[in-house]
Ligand binder design. Structure first.
Ligand code: MD3
Ligand code: FE
Length: 203
C-alpha cells in the first residue's frame, strides 16, 4: 500500500514485513561492531537517541559540528559495510515512487527508547539534495512530524509503524521533520524499542 503524504513524500505501509526478521539479525551484527552511542551536539548536549551507522559514510555529531565520517570515532575503524539486501531495498523503494538510480552510501541507525524524541530539523549535511532519502521504521510505533520549508510552518503528523518505509525527495527534500516521544510498548521482535534506518547518498 502506497500513500502519498505530500508532493514529494510517500509512505509504503508494512512494506518490509517479510524481511524484518533478517533485518533484525543483520542489525544486531552491525551493532556488535559499531555500538549505539549518544552523539554530542555542537552546543554540548547529548542527543536523546542512540545512534550508529553502516556503509561508506556515517553521519556523526560532536563539539565540532554535524558531518559525515568514513571512520567510526568510537572504534576508529571504518563503519561496518551496508548489507547488500539493505542497499537493494532502499534502491527498490525509491524506484517504486519514481526516483531512479538511488544508491545510498550511508545508513544512519537510530534507536529510540521510551521518552526519546527528535525535534524539528532539516537534513542538510549531504553534498547534493537531488537524491531522495529512504527511512525504514522497525519496532514500536511513533508519531512523525512533517513540517514545511521553515521551522514555523505547521506540520502534519504521520504514524510510523513497524516495517513502514518513508521516502521523500524533490520539493520535500529540505522540509523540517522530527518525531514525538516514544510511548511505552513491547514489540515481538524489537522489544521496548524503535529503530529507524535512514538511507542517504552523502557524497
Ligand atoms: C525529511 N530521523 O536521523 S526519519 C534523522 O525517525 C531523522 O529517526 C527520524 O530525521 C527518525 O535525521 C526521521 C527521516 C525523515 C523522514 C521523512 C522526511 C526525514 C524527512 C520527510 C521530509 C523531510
Ligand atoms: Fe532528519
Amino acid at each position: 500500500l502506497i500513500e502519498q503524504k505530500s508532493a514529494g513524500t510517500w509512505l509504503l505501509k508494512s512494506w518490509l514485513a517479510k524481511d524484518r526478521a533478517s533485518i533484525s539479525v543483520q542489525l544486531q551484527a552491525i551493532l556488535q561492531v559499531s555500538p549505539l552511542r549518544r552523539f554530542k551536539t555542537p552546543n554540548g548536549y547529548s542527543m536523546s537517541v542512540g545512534s550508529s551507522n553502516c556503509g561508506a559514510w556515517g553521519w556523526i555529531s560532536d563539539q565540532k559540528g554535524y558531518r559525515y565520517s568514513a571512520v567510526d570515532p568510537l572504534t576508529q575503524r571504518p563503519w561496518p559495510a551496508m548489507p547488500e539486501a539493505w542497499q537493494h531495498l532502499a534502491t527498490e523503494a525509491a524506484e517504486l515512487v519514481g526516483f531512479q538510480h538511488f544508491i545510498p552510501d550511508s545508513c544512519l541507525i537510530n534507536c529510540y527508547e521510551v521518552g526519546d524524541k527528535m525535534g524539528l530539523h532539516q537534513d542538510k549535511d549531504e553534498e547534493i539534495f537531488e537524491h531522495p532519502i529512504v527511512s525504514v521504521s522497525l519496532g514500536l510505533p511513533i508519531i512523525f512530524m512533517l513540517g514545511g520549508l521553515t521551522r514555523s510552518q505547521a506540520y502534519q503528523k504521520i504514524l510510523l509503524e513497524d516495517s513502514d518505509v518513508l521516502i521523500w525527495g524533490g520539493v520535500d527534500r529540505l522540509k523540517y521533520h522530527g518525531v514525538q516521544s516514544l510511548r511505552k510498548g513491547l514489540h515481538p521482535i524489537f522489544g521496548s524499542k524503535r529503530y529507524n534506518l535512514t538511507f542517504r547518498k552523502a557524497k
